[in-house]
Ligand binder design. Structure first.
Ligand SMILES: O=P(O)(O)OC[C@H]1O[C@H](OP(=O)(O)OP(=O)(O)O)[C@H](O)[C@@H]1O
Ligand SMILES: NC(=O)CC[C@H](N)C(=O)O
Ligand SMILES: [Mg+2]
Length: 430
């Protein structure tokens, strides 16, 4: 998600910034802009470029805007759930974008419906608007703080009214959120790579429990929810974020490279070449190759016109996606003992297919090395893996997984190794 306060090209800049955030979702995109009392919104299902044309951007007038790339989780696909959500009313309108997942959404919705609320979407995000409105027609810190106090789960929220923008992060700071400056305007982004694209300077990362207000006078921080120790999602480092982003002053590429180096220490194997699985494991594969003194090769290529597989909303689309996306480079892998480094195995969709591809291309051996620990438990914090049944490592032993993907050996990075790799990268990149 991205927001900008106080720039004459607010919608256009939001569009460029969302481009840099496309990897965070592929199910929809939207921008709402506001100037004075006038609100304009455009959103639809699909990739950002399919949703927006020049004409739509020109129509989104106003000096303030928020936008979102939609990643459908818990099956909430479809137009209605694409953000931003705009709530217009006589006294004060508001637009909301949200990254994360509200775990007590079902219970809260039940209570609100019992007392008269009528919801327009399946999205948990809409709850925030209803909870705030319980306080009256005007949005203020007290109303937001009270609403946030009822929400359990992961949330990075941006909320825009005619007068100001509010930014809130959950007490554990599970999803990343950064504030920066672009000339006289303030900008807010899930990841710092969007700032680099638009030429903005990062000011600070939003802290757990923060509620920040941005308006014509500047920004003000109010810690409204008791914060806990920050627990930024490790999957942000492993898979989700872009390698050129920094999270908590840690460059994502540097962290991933360290994960690969650590993995080489923990799970060495006699081999001829190391290959990554484009895109997300390239950094870890480079680290593995460097630490094990093996050549790094491009043993798999990715069709650049096919998006990410894991974040697709159905298993059928994910299976189809892997086949269309990755192909082995026969000249590189034929007759070789290949170490294939991937960043993660979640459902096993990717590894099941590509080990076979490499073998069919003539690889003598395929050793799979995973630069993060086995995913054995579901996630309720904004990544679409909410059932134990769908998780490969929850339903197989290590040997069982190795056999099911057809590899000659399989090893994962240890949880301690993952932590060490991230923290070591922090020291290095400072
Ligand atoms: O075990 P699975 O359920 O297949 O999930 C894990 C795989 O999915 C992701 O890749 P994805 O294709 O989404 O994106 P990428 O191009 O960024 O690697 C991840 O990088 C793994 O390769
Ligand atoms: N991708 C996400 O972070 C999901 C945001 C929000 N919970 C939704 O369902 O739309
Ligand atoms: Mg991948």
């Amino acid at each position: 998600m991205f927001g900008i306060w106080g720039h004459e090209k607010a919608a256009e800049i939001t569009y460029y910034a969302l481009h840099a955030l496309q990897h965070r979702g592929q199910d929809g995109a939207g921008i709402v802009a506001c100037g004075g009392e006038a609100w304009q919104i455009h959103k639809d299902v699909g990739l950002l470029n399919d949703v927006f044309s020049r004409g739509e951007l020109d129509r989104l007038a106003g000096q303030n805007a928020i936008g979102q790339i939609h990643y459908a989780i818990n099956g909430n696909q479809g137009f209605d759930n694409v953000q931003p959500h705009l709530f217009q009313s006589q006294k004060e309108s508001m637009a909301i974008v949200h990254s994360g997942n509200i775990m007590n959404a079902h219970a809260l919705r039940g209570e609100l419906e019992a007392s008269g609320s009528i919801f327009q979407t399946d999205a948990d995000t809409e709850l925030l608007a209803h909870l705030i409105r319980r306080h009256g027609a005007v949005v203020n810190e007290a109303a937001i703080a009270d609403a946030l106090g009822k929400i359990i789960g992961a949330y990075a929220f941006m909320l825009m009214t005619e007068d100001c923008m509010y930014i809130a992060l959950d007490p554990q700071g599970i999803r990343p959120l950064t504030i920066g400056r672009l000339q006289d305007a303030y900008v807010v982004s899930s990841e710092s790579c969007a700032f680099d694209l638009i030429g903005a300077q990062k000011i600070f990362e939003v802290q757990p429990g923060d509620l920040i207000r941005i308006d014509a006078a500047g920004w003000q921080r109010k810690a409204v929810i008791p914060s806990e120790r920050q627990r930024l999602c490790a999957m942000e480092y492993v898979y989700f974020s872009r390698p050129d982003s920094d999270l908590q002053h840690i460059n994502v590429h540097a962290a991933r490279k360290r994960m690969g180096m650590q993995l080489a220490e923990e799970a060495a194997v006699r081999a001829d070449v190391v290959t990554g699985v484009p895109d997300s494991s390239i950094s870890a594969a480079i680290g593995y190759a460097e630490a094990s003194h093996l050549p790094y090769e491009i043993g798999l290529i990715k069709n650049r016109y096919v998006g990410r597989t894991f974040i697709k909303p159905s298993q059928e689309l994910r299976e189809q996606g892997v086949k269309m996306k990755l192909s082995p480079v026969k000249g590189i892998v034929a007759g070789k003992r290949v170490v294939m480094v991937d960043d993660s195995i979640v459902r096993g969709t990717t590894s099941k297919k590509i080990v076979r591809m490499l073998k069919e291309a003539g690889a003598a051996e395929v050793h799979v090395r995973i630069a993060s620990p086995p995913v054995k438990h579901p996630c309720y914090y904004g990544i679409d893996m909410s059932t134990t049944e769908e998780l490969f490592a929850a339903n197989h032993t290590l040997d069982g997984m190795c056999e099911a993907i057809g590899a000659d050996s399989l090893a994962y990075l240890s949880p301690e190794g993952l932590e060490k790799a991230i923290i070591a990268a922090k020291k290095k990149s400072r």
